[in-house]
Write a new protein. Sequence first.
Length: 222
Amino acid sequence: MRLTATLVADGSSDSLLKPILEWLLDQHLPAGSTLNLQVPEWGLLPDRVSVKTLPEKLLAARLFFTAPIYFIHRDVEKDGTWEKRSQEIDQAIQRVFKSQPPPYVRVIPVQMTETWLLHNEEAIREAAENPGGRDYLPLPPLNELENKKHVKTLLLNILRDASGLSGRKLQKFEAYERRRLHRLAALQQEKGFAVLRALPAFQALEQEVIALVTTWQPQIIT
């Protein structure tokens, strides 16, 4: 059995969600299922295609990617709430698909995608290529993660601390920060994201995944 889906994300860096969603789906899909989670590169679409707004991204995903299911991401950040972003996603779906909405899952980290990567010290040290490091890393307690602002900056600073580097070596390290974030997400996928089940936003995501698999299974799994 195979599930094909498209991740409609806020920005290019939010492809970091792919390992998280793959892990979560693996927890609930029937044994032996395979997953193809497409992550559009909006910059590679024709120049005439605008993807500035969520409805525009959904329309582009509908036109250029064939998938019966959508994972739709919005960060909460400083000017919103989970409920507000959820409503925005629902409204965008209705605008693009009218009376025949596809199966979709709302992916709404609080505050942003990097929140869900800020929890595994071992993986962070490994992603920083200094697994034996002993420098203190200021990882927030899990129950405070969803209250943290500027999480991406915090995570990048922690990765720098974990590297144990300074001077020119640190500058070279910083030049590949995006690659290191993706490495971190992949490492955490191997170790699992079960610890995130303590976070309300992740709980909401998992419940929607469960509902998707149980309600739509005959239609979305081929």
